[in-house]
Design a protein around this ligand. Structure first.
Ligand code: ADP
Ligand code: ZN
Length: 627
């Protein structure tokens, strides 16, 4: 859901790239190269029309009286023998040979003419030399024009821009106009950054005492949690310019360019200090130097030059480097040494309060209807990061406009949430009645298992409207509280709910569908974590061989253990899933009437709420009360 979040994939900012001066030289160089190439090609073509011979060959022909026509050029003799002249004009092939140095062409011309050979003498030698020079100049001119046209076309960013020293991707804002008020939540981060702001305001206060401030801080967190935003806010709060560049911009095809780019960036920044330099995706350049495939000298050079610049700049001037990453564990240790990025500021996925504040920030300029309850939205949107919420609010506003309304309603916000998280509804997709039925039972299977279990999260909504994201239906839950700690029972309840769909398929239709693949994947992940990470199984006991490799990106993990242990984990996970699945089938068979009832209802309504579901469940639990 967040693959497209980084506004521009290669960090190219639309904010007006400057055309670098280096371009002119490169264009010139290329023009000369093209000119030489063309004149070479031209000469080859011309030469191929003639047979090359030696001067003594020529003299032999002359002695034999076999010469028909001779042309004396400034650098060569072109001649046609009588044998060739006798042929059809199209098949005649003239010969050429070089002029002997110091040879007197005038005398030769007279001698040949006396023998009755047709002699043509080219207009004076130095004149042809001028012609040659002129033709080269002309070719150069054309090549130059051509090259500058191409560079212009590419907006100075293409081939030429890449080869020359290019500063275009550095993006500078004199005033970011962003303050801490625009950043919701993230209070710890703000607090850590407060000192940096104060330092930028008044460097003297610190240097007088002799205190050294950190030159840089590392912003660590998942994508979309506002790392760029908070860096801008620091610049905004301190009222200093903001330089930004993405780490991936440093890493170029051409060796040495990244390093020169780093130097340029710091040079520019020093001119306007105090200021903030923000390096997004620093892991692209700051990745550890040894764990790469082969040696990567460009990467190393860039990193070394970055380290050099950070060490080199005078921190009393007030340059602070903020760098963002979601993979801090991959960074080269040298970057994290004292005096470099030794401060780590965590930007976490927001909790309920954080989400609510983010929604408030982004709805400040939106006209909201009376019925809007941001708390409810914040509750539903558990797991969403700042960027998702900003996107959600905007989608809701767009929807209101589409519907011709002046205010954004709660329904707009809820629908937008689903669109952002799952893709939009597929209105006219064709589904057979069997497919719809199976989907309905599958979803109700999930929901019913969850509803009948005491540790499960309450269901908020069930739908069988297909989404562009590829889902045929969905069951959504409200996490009733922000949990930081899960018990074994909680996790088992989750596995139950995840396997409820497949269980319903088997209980009702006696078959299995492909619709459960995502459920199974997630259930398997959970089961493996319970066993190999949380120490919740008999088979492995407290052994926890799981290593989380990518905490801030997608929580990827791997097993660090012997093959036997890995096999044990697989076996234990399988038996855990199987027992959960059997329990599900039993539960659904026992409640078959309820399953049918709710599924029929869902088929007619397509979307039902958690309350509607619970009304059915409660009615079945306490039949006497209903009567
Ligand atoms: P990151 O750099 O961490 O990937 P960004 O700073 O680019 O994330 O966030 C993208 C957008 O998401 C921001 O421009 C902002 O609109 C919104 N956003 C993210 N976090 C917050 C937050 N804490 N408060 C307000 N808006 C936020
Ligand atoms: Zn499912």
């Amino acid at each position: 859901m967040d693959s497209n979040r980084n506004d521009s994939p290669n960090g190219r900012n639309p904010g007006g790239p400057k055309k670098p001066k280096g371009n002119l030289w490169v264009t010139l160089l290329f023009s000369v190269a093209i000119m030489l190439l063309f004149s070479g090609i031209y000469n080859t073509i011309v030469d191929s029309q003639y047979t090359e011979t030696t001067f003594s060959d020529f003299l032999k022909e002359e002695k034999a009286g076999n010469l028909s026509e001779v042309e004396l050029k400034y650098d060569r003799i072109v001649y046609l023998t009588k044998t060739e002249a006798a042929k059809e004009p199209a098949q005649q092939k003239a010969c050429y040979t070089g002029l002997p140095t110091g040879g007197d062409t005038m005398a030769m011309a007279e001698r040949l003419a006396a023998q009755g050979v047709k002699v043509k003498e080219e207009i004076v030698e130095d004149n042809s030399f001028i012609t040659m020079i002129l033709s080269y100049v002309m070719m150069f001119g054309i090549a130059f024009l051509f090259m500058s046209l191409i560079t212009r076309r590419m907006g100075g960013e293409g081939m030429m821009g890449g080869i020359s020293k290019n500063k275009a991707k550095v993006y500078m804002e004199k005033k970011t106009g962003v303050t801490f008020q625009d950043v919701a939540g993230q209070d710890e981060a703000k607090e850590s950054l407060q000192e940096i702001i104060d330092f930028l305001h008044n460097p003297l206060k610190y240097t007088e005492i002799g205190a050294k401030l950190p030159k840089g801080a590392l912003l660590v967190g998942p994508p979309g949690t506002g790392k760029t935003l908070i860096a801008k806010a620091v610049a905004g709060e301190a009222g200093v310019p903001f330089f930004s560049i993405s780490g991936s911009d440093f890493v170029e095809m051409f060796v040495g360019l990244g390093a020169s780019r780093v130097r340029d960036l710091f040079k520019e920044a020093a001119k306007v200090a105090p200021c903030i330099i923000f390096i997004d995706e620093i892991d692209a350049v700051g990745g550890a130097r040894d764990n790469r495939f082969g040696s990567n000298s460009e990467h190393d050079q860039t990193l070394n030059s970055l380290l050099g610049e950070i060490d080199g700049f005078d921190s009393t001037k007030g340059i602070v480097v903020l760098a963002a990453t979601n993979r801090p564990e991959t960074l080269d240790k040298a970057l994290l040494r004292p005096g470099r990025f030794d401060r780590r500021i965590i930007m976490d996925t927001p909790n309920f309060q954080g989400r609510l504040d983010t929604l408030k920030v982004h709805t400040r300029k939106i006209r909201l209807a009376e019925d809007v309850d941001l708390k409810k939205i914040a509750q539903t949107a558990s797991g969403a990061v700042g960027a998702d919420l900003a996107n959600l609010v905007n989608e809701a506003a767009l929807r209101a406009v589409r519907k011709g309304r002046k205010l954004v309603t709660q329904e707009d916000l809820l629908t937008a949430f689903e669109t952002v998280m799952m893709g939009s509804e597929k209105k006219n997709s064709v589904r057979t009645e069997t497919e719809r039925r199976m989907t309905a039972y599958h979803e109700v299977g999930h929901a019913l298992v969850a509803a009948l279990e005491k540790n499960a999260m309450p269901v908020s909504k069930i739908t069988i409207i297909p989404r562009t994201g590829g889902s045929l239906g969905a069951t959504m839950y409200i996490p009733d509280e922000e949990k930081n700690l899960y018990t074994r029972e909680d996790l088992i309840a989750k596995i139950h709910a995840l396997l409820g769909g497949r269980a319903a398929e088997e209980v009702v239709f006696g078959t299995m569908t492909t619709g459960a693949s995502n459920d199974l994947q997630r259930a398997t992940g959970l089961a493996r974590d319970m066993i190999a990470r949380y120490g919740m199984s008999k088979e492995l006991g407290l052994l926890s061989p799981t290593v989380v490799t990518n905490q801030y990106l997608d929580g990827q993990s791997s097993l660090d253990c012997s093959q036997e242990i890995a096999a044990t984990v697989d076996k234990a996970a399988r038996s855990l899933l199987e027992s959960c699945y059997e329990e599900n089938k039993k539960l659904l068979s026992e409640n078959r009437g309820l399953l049918d009832e709710i599924s029929e209802y869902l088929l007619t309504k397509e979307t039902i709420t958690g309350e509607e579901l619970m009304a059915y469940v409660n009615a079945a639990k306490h039949p006497s009360e209903e009567a």
